[in-house]
Structure formats: C-alpha cells, structure tokens
Ligand binder design. Structure first.
Ligand code: NAD
Ligand code: ZN
Length: 248
C-alpha cells in the first residue's frame, strides 16, 4: 500500500495539471449515502419512480416528499470531509486545477475548491418549472410541499434527473479538462452514469495517467486506471498528502 501511495505521489508531482472526477463516494464520510452499493439510496427507492424527470413532472409532490425534501435537509447540514479538503490542499500545492463532480451537494465549493464543474447540477439552486425563475437554497421554504413560485409553478432543484440533458457548457468544459490533464484522480464513483463515466476514458486516450480511489473495484479498475488505491476517500487523500508533503 505504501509503495502504491509513493508511486501516486510521484506521478502527482510529475503531472502538475491534475483533474479530479468525483462521485457520491467522496461524500459518504460526510454522511450522504451514495446511490449504488451498500447503504445506497437505490436499496430503498426505485430510481425510475423518483429520479426520472417524467416521474417529477407527473407527481412533483410525491418526489418532493419521498426524495427531495429529506435530501435537501441532509445536504443543508453536511460538511466537507478529508476527501474534499484533500483536493483543496492539492489545488493549493499547485497540483490540481479542476474538479469535475457528479455530486449535487456543493461540498467541494464549501471546502474551498475554486474550479468545480457540477456535471449533474446542484441542490443549491431551484428553478420554477413554469416561469424559469431561480431561487437559492437558503430562500427555499419547505413548509408546503411541493414548494411553489409566486406564479404558482413548482420549484425543481437544478439537478439533472434521469431523462434530462447534461448542460452543453458543463459537458464541453469537462471534455476539455479531461483531454488536457496529465493525471486524472477518480474518487468515489462507480463510473456507471454516462457521460460522466466516460471522462476517465477520454483522459486515458489523451495520454493521462488515471488514478482511482475507491473501497471497491469498478469497471475502470484494471481497464482504464493505471493505479487503483483501495480505501475510503478521506483516509487515502490524507496518506497521499502526507507523502507529497514529505517529498516537497
Ligand atoms: P454511485 O452511488 O454510483 O457510486 C458510489 C461509489 O462510491 C461506489 O463505487 C462506492 O464503492 C464508492 N464509495 C463508497 N464509500 C466510499 C468512500 N468512503 N470513499 C470513496 N468511495 C466510496 O455514485 P456515482 O458514481 O457518483 O454516480 C451516481 C449518481 O449519484 C451521480 O450522478 C450523482 O449525481 C448522484 N448522487 C450524488 C450524491 C451527492 O451529491 N453526494 C449522493 C448520491 C447520489
Ligand atoms: Zn414561476
């Protein structure tokens, strides 16, 4: 394990244009359950019944009551963990440039990362389905479900539901970041949701070294990843940073 951490530290120092791709796993230590795997939300909910845009349009009250209300309350209280903080340290060391995240929890920004591409949107903003007016999270009143705009329309968090398009801007910026990086750190993602899961493939095809951090192997492991560090994001990031600081 230590020689693996040493190799990864060496590569991070060599490629100072690193990009991170993160998934729900990096926020597990902040108390936010992932979708898949043990303790994941999909053990309790059918994604097509609650996380598909058609389900939201058909019955926003049900989706708000069963999924969104609880998720907003959880995210409002969540604080960044050593995984998020470690990526900020890497940025301050001049190693990491950009974080592409599939998460909608805003924890990279809360931790202090300055360039975050929110691939699947964010729970920090809500948009009225009727008039497109935007409202930030702090001003969202959940005493009535579903929350409604002054015009009577229903508010939807600005997250990408299944069946919705990824914003072209986020997609283009992510592709550029993946093509231009020397090293991609893939942290806490099962790499099953497309097109986000394709970013490590783009990085690899463009010549980057791919480093994966996850307690469980994924389809990237052994196919795309040059290094797989098995473990929880916070603990592994702490080890990598200790090794980097020893070498700097
Ligand atoms: P996923 O739920 O499919 O996979 C989670 C991955 O994290 C698994 O591979 C698991 O082994 C790993 N993991 C578990 N604990 C970990 C830890 N302590 N450290 C590191 N890795 C750990 O998540 P995904 O790949 O991000 O894709 C699913 C979708 O889930 C994304 O589109 C995202 O929008 C959404 N999501 C986001 C949040 C959030 O914002 N925090 C939470 C749940 C789901
Ligand atoms: Zn409105």
């Amino acid at each position: 394990m230590e020689s693996l951490i040493g190799k990864v530290a060496e590569n991070l120092l060599k490629h100072r244009n690193t990009v991170a791709l993160t998934g729900a796993g990096i926020s597990v230590e902040s108390g936010i359950p992932p979708f898949r795997g043990k303790g994941g939300l999909w053990e309790k909910f059918d994604p097509m019944e609650y996380a598909h845009i058609d389900a939201f349009i058909k019955d926003p009250q049900k989706v708000w009551n069963v999924l969104l209300k609880g998720m907003k309350e959880l995210l409002d209280q969540a604080v960044p963990n050593d995984g998020h903080k470690g990526l900020v340290r890497l940025e301050h060391l001049g190693i990491l440039q950009t974080v592409i995240t599939q998460n909608v929890d805003g924890l990279h920004q809360k931790a202090g990362s300055s360039d975050v591409i929110e691939f699947h949107g964010s729970f920090a903003r809500y948009r009225c389905m009727a008039c497109s007016r935007c409202r930030c999270s702090e001003k969202m009143d959940l005493s009535c479900i579903p929350p409604r705009c002054d015009c009577g329309g229903v508010f939807k968090p600005e997250i990408v539901f299944f069946g919705e398009m990824i914003s072209t801007e986020q997609l283009l910026r992510s592709r550029q970041a993946a093509e231009g990086c020397g090293l991609m750190l893939v942290v806490g993602t099962s790499a099953t949701v497309q097109p986000a899961a394709f970013m490590p493939v783009i990085a690899k095809e463009s010549g980057a070294t791919v480093v994966e951090i996850n307690p469980e192997p994924t389809w990237l492991t052994g196919n795309i990843s040059d290094y797989f560090i098995r473990g929880a994001a916070g603990d592994v990031m702490n080890r990598i940073l200790a090794e980097l600081e020893r070498r700097m």
